[in-house]
Write a protein that binds this ligand. Structure first.
Ligand SMILES: [Zn+2]
Length: 276
């Protein structure tokens, strides 16, 4: 499109690993916008899709940021969002490898920069989050899905046409400033302390975690509709306005699920294991 180069920052890994938090932190870089799970841009304004898929999670259908935006898939998505918003750094937490590979190819062919952050989290915490949110699902299926997503993320990192950063959610949550500095370096931008004060900025994410979005927007006009899931409501309502390591799994993960996890995924989780 002949304009100055953009940087697309894509978050890969498994869902329920803190990508909403990471995206909101990255949105504090100058010229950056966190679009949420960019793959949902395909559903923008499609009234046959549920609200959480077709619109900004904070504003709903009536969102000033996404107003008037429709992706023309014959051109690069991030170029179009940059033209629409004026942003130079586009942060996308879609996580799906083929989506990321397609956006990376658009960036490359447009002369732009592509960055991939593989965000990991102790698999026991991830599986516990999913079982909390979807109590009817089979634990073995949830464990197998997490394993597949981790393996697919590693495969993507091996072929990604740009720089790749491996980051643990637990590192982000326990050393946020140090991690934010590392992230700024990685993206090629200046560290800004406001990266960590993400609840003081507006956000217009597509998809993403209700609890983190609740913390980031509570008390703001227009965000009254956003609620954490029923089983997480007490946790998020009591959550201070700061970045905190979420270790709820340690109290919640049933011993039989922990044993099953160890059996199926203990070896894969070894390098991601946090604490006991
Ligand atoms: Zn919005």
């Amino acid at each position: 499109m002949g304009s100055a180069a953009l940087t697309g920052v894509m978050i890969g890994g498994a869902g329920h690993s803190g990508s909403t938090l990471l995206g909101m932190i990255l949105s504090g870089l100058e010229g950056a916008v966190y679009i949420g799970e960019g793959a949902k841009v395909r559903y923008l304004g499609d009234m046959s899709k549920p609200l959480v898929k077709r619109a900004c999670k904070i504003c709903g259908d009536d969102c000033a940021f996404w107003s008037g935006f429709r992706w023309d898939p014959s051109h690069g998505l991030y170029e179009q969002i940059a033209a629409h918003s004026g942003a130079r750094i586009l942060v996308d937490s879609s996580k799906k490898p083929d989506w990321i590979a397609a956006r990376a190819e658009e960036l490359r062919s447009g002369g732009h920069e592509a960055r991939l952050i593989i965000l990991t989290r102790d698999g026991r915490a991830v599986v516990n989050s999913r079982l909390r949110k979807y109590p009817g699902r089979e634990p073995a299926g949830q464990i197998a899905e997490w394993m597949e997503q981790i393996e697919a993320a590693h495969a993507l990192a091996g072929v990604f046409p740009g720089a790749v950063l491996h980051l643990a959610y637990e590192t982000l949550a326990t050393a946020p400033e140090q991690t934010a500095r590392r992230l700024a370096d990685f993206v090629g931008a200046h560290y800004d302390p406001s990266m960590l004060a993400f609840s003081r900025r507006e956000h217009h994410p597509l998809g993403g975690n209700n609890g983190t979005q609740f913390i980031a927007t509570r008390g703001r006009p227009g965000s009254a509709g956003l609620e954490p899931g029923a089983r997480s409501a007490a946790y998020y309502r009591a959550h201070p306005d700061e970045i905190r390591l979420d270790l709820r799994w340690k109290d919640e993960f049933a011993p039989e699920h922990a044993a099953l996890f160890e059996d199926m995924a203990g070896a894969l989780n070894q390098s991601m294991k946090w604490g006991q």
